[in-house]
Design a protein around this ligand. Sequence first.
Ligand code: FES
Ligand SMILES: [Fe+2]
Length: 443
Amino acid sequence: MSIGIPTAQAQAPLQTSDVASLVRQDRVHRSIYQDPAIFALEQRQLFGKAWLYIGHESQIPNPGDFVTLKLGTQPVVLVRHKDGTVHVLYNRCGHRGAVVCNEPKGNAASFQCCYHGWTFATDGALVGVPQRKGYAADIDLRDPSLGMVRLPRVASYRGFVFASRAADGPDLDTFLGPVRKSIDDIIALSPDEEIAVVGGVHKYEFRGNWKHQIENLNDMYHPFFSHASTVEKDGRQFQRRSGDTEGAQIGGQSGGPNAVFEKIPLRGFPFGHSLCGAMPFNGERGGPVFEEYRRRLIARHGEERTRAILTVDWHNTIVYPNLCLQSAAQHIRVINPVAVDRTEVYVYPILLKGVPDPINHDVIRYLNVTHAAASLIQTDDLEAFERIQSGIETDGADWLVLARGADKDVEEADGSWSGIGTSELPMRNQYRAWTRYLSEGAL
Ligand code: FES
Ligand SMILES: [Fe+2]
């Protein structure tokens, strides 16, 4: 490559000082999506330092409940211990390193390794070693490093569990900052103010770098073109929300969808987080099921607060680098990098406690249509991600453009950035954080 960034094949490791040369104010160098050395640096400096979303407490309601997941590339177990505490354990045997727990989820009194039978409590402690007396006295089997090691920091915000592989760094509240509102908004949609992430999961994988997905989620420049079959006036294949009286199209307003997307507010926050404001979905919500739902919210909150709850003003929130929350289309999306050119994404419907059942059924039905592996919207994006990964192999040019709206970025007094519509502000905000993480580690 023209700027001579070392690759994994080269002997010299990538220096953190090199990464700043790969990001300009309005452009990024193609090597950040291609170079295994940069991927390794991201795993160490970004995924190894940031708070990463791991799961929701409703996935493990009872002692012994567990879910096996990935944090970045690393296998972990999210588990509720017998005393009710939530732990995130590296899914690694303290003996010779085998993955211990192979089931996707379940309930267990303990975890036992398949290789030599070492056994671990649900807080990771080593509790059983076959033929123990064969070990010399100078090895202390109570050493925590011989257990399933716990991640050093695990914290929950209103049931959303995050973990960090770094012992030090900003606390979770500081890290989340203003984007806690997005979690608050989703919980407020439940008349019981409680959600449950128990509606299954869609999993998809694409042949491309993880940043294609995280850049895409607040990219309002692409929907009117990439998703034309959904957002144009003929896009009536499905309803976005229970009770919507029209289909999924956005082009009912004057000027069509491209004019609509130009008006959506964007914000960029510290740590690379961002949001896009309300989508102007067409039409009113109505029908007996929706009216019953509204009645239950009013019974709890009164008319005025209910109106505010149902007028979701943050559509899509990215908690950088691995989480996306959608308030209107109620789901959690988790991004797991697999390799520099391979990414896995999990999409979980968010079910609301206290609503009429059809409201939750409609969320699952909506995600089946829009975010399953063979769905109407997500596949448009995946095609684009894979084409980017192929296209940047060419020697035509080294830089990708993120310049749109750059002259209109406004830095607010609180350190956030404001922009509008089809601006590439969210990506520029991500790369400010990316550069700092890779150069300095914890922000
Ligand atoms: S590798 Fe797990 S018991 Fe030996
Ligand atoms: Fe998209």
